[in-house]
Design a protein around this ligand. Structure first.
Ligand code: NAD
Length: 427
């Protein structure tokens, strides 16, 4: 596989396009499955894309227009499910890719959901709480026609959280004139949230890492872990894995990375971040740059920030033998093959970070029943689903002699395709 140094600017642009990355993974699996052309075309592209322009009254009295998207990739297996991200980098190809990954993710863990994703182009750090609330409510109204507990159920993603979900739930409920808790997941507990949801993605990442170590025969205590991102996914995974005995040697946030080869005291690191709003400055660690962090010596790398972090430009210098993808699309398709060729095992995003959508599914089920489970029940059901999915992906990889990523695509595409065949094409 060629290295990034030999790629032209246009090739690099394509490499960084997450929708093309997703399509590459899809095509490889579709070839192996022998998927016919018609189904391939149906499953490759989103079923519905909505772009909205939202005028928002800013605190200084001016009006600013924000752009938002909601893309529904597929709803054949059930209502669409997928997060909403607020970021200046949001673009349609990114939202398209993320919506497709949600379809494959829900299918890999066998949840009765299709896939969707939403995004608003904004920098939440530059918005006041009031502006954020008005933007969230306006966005909800703008995409409301395609939402619903049986149609499309959003959840948090980058820079959105429980409060955002509470505003969406309230806005939707006010419009339909009844409290509709099952319209979003990732809500506060008091509004019909699920116990264990906040930690679910990070916990799922840890379960995936535990399973991957079983394949190599390694133990958590002997495993040095680098985590990129200290948010809902990375921060929680690092904390839970520290508790499980893993040695977390480095963690980063958007401001920088910290490193201590003997292992970071993760509860102290997270307390520092809560108090100071960033990781850097933590007394018991050295500071390293974002790019250097990924290339530090380690056994396990968990990219849990954003997409396109491991690319043809740095894949050769990644030292980890095992990568567990907490973020969506952190490794480009080219980098993935380069690493696979070097024998690096990658537990792909659609499997590794599926813990979040799994407990979102539990939350939706609990809201619809009006009956809530204990945290023990949530965690043990999550663990069972993650373990079953991991085992099925490994079995598929062995059967077809392919990477875990291709195996995860094969498993999930095959499930969605068989629903299409049984339902038939509506005309
Ligand atoms: P978050 O906003 O809670 O946290 C993101 C973290 O990454 C923050 O600590 C931020 O400072 C850091 N960050 C941003 N850019 C960075 C960079 N260039 N280098 C290092 N750190 C950087 O977001 P999250 O919910 O943890 O989501 C992270 C990723 O996981 C996203 O790709 C998201 O789509 C994916 N994901 C999230 C969930 C979920 O339940 N929240 C589920 C599945 C997948």
């Amino acid at each position: 596989m060629s290295s990034g140094a030999t790629l032209s600017d246009a090739q690099l642009r394509d490499e960084y396009n997450p929708f093309l990355s997703m399509a590459k993974g899809f095509d490889q699996a579709a070839d192996i499955l022998g998927l016919d052309e018609g189904l391939r075309e149906v499953l490759r592209q989103p079923e519905r894309e909505l772009k909205v322009a939202m005028p928002i009254l800013m605190d200084d009295g001016t009006v600013k227009v924000f752009t938002g998207y909601r893309v529904q990739h597929n709803f054949l297996r059930g209502p669409c499910k997928g997060g909403i991200r607020f970021s200046p980098d949001v673009n349609l190809d990114e939202v398209r890719a993320l919506s497709a990954w949600m379809t494959w993710k829900c299918s890999v863990v066998n949840l009765p959901f299709g896939g969707a994703k939403g995004g608003v182009i904004c920098d939440p750090r530059e918005l006041s709480q009031g502006e954020l609330e008005r933007l969230t409510r306006r966005y909800t109204v703008a995409i409301m026609d395609i939402l619903g507990p049986d149609r499309d159920v959003p959840a948090p993603d980058m820079n959105t959280g429980e409060q955002t979900m509470a505003w969406i739930m309230d806005t939707y409920s006010m419009h339909v004139r009844r409290t509709t808790t099952a319209i979003v997941t990732g809500k506060p507990l008091a509004l019909g949230g699920s116990r264990g949801r906040r930690e679910a993605t990070g916990r799922g990442v840890m379960i995936a890492a535990n399973k991957a170590l079983q394949l190599t025969g390694d133990r958590p205590e002997d495993t040095r872990v680098i985590v990129q991102g200290a948010g809902n996914v990375g921060g929680v995974a690092a904390l839970l894995m520290h508790r499980e005995g893993y040695k977390v040697t480095s963690i980063s946030d958007m401001y920088g990375a910290i490193h201590n080869e003997t292992g970071l005291d993760m509860p102290a690191v997270m307390a520092w971040m809560r108090d100071h709003g960033r990781l850097t400055g933590f007394p018991d660690a050295a500071e390293v740059s974002h790019s250097d962090q990924l290339e530090l010596d380690c056994d396990l790398l968990i990219p849990a920030a954003t997409e396109n972090q491991i690319t043809s430009l740095n894949a050769d210098r990644i030292k980890a033998k095992l990568i567990v993808e907490g973020a969506n699309g952190p490794t480009t398709a080219i980098a993935s093959s380069m690493l696979h060729d070097r024998g690096v095992v990658i537990v792909p995003d659609i499997l590794a970070n599926a813990g979040g959508v799994t407990v979102s599914y539990f939350e939706w089920v609990q809201d619809r029943m009006g009956y809530f489970w204990t945290e023990e029940i949530v965690n043990s059901r999550l663990e069972q689903i993650m373990i079953d999915a991991f085992n099925e992906v490994v079995k598929t990889a062995e059967e077809h002699k392919v990477s875990l990523r291709t195996a995860a695509y094969i498993l999930s595409i095959d499930r969605v395709a068989s629903v299409y065949r049984l339902r038939g094409i509506f005309a």
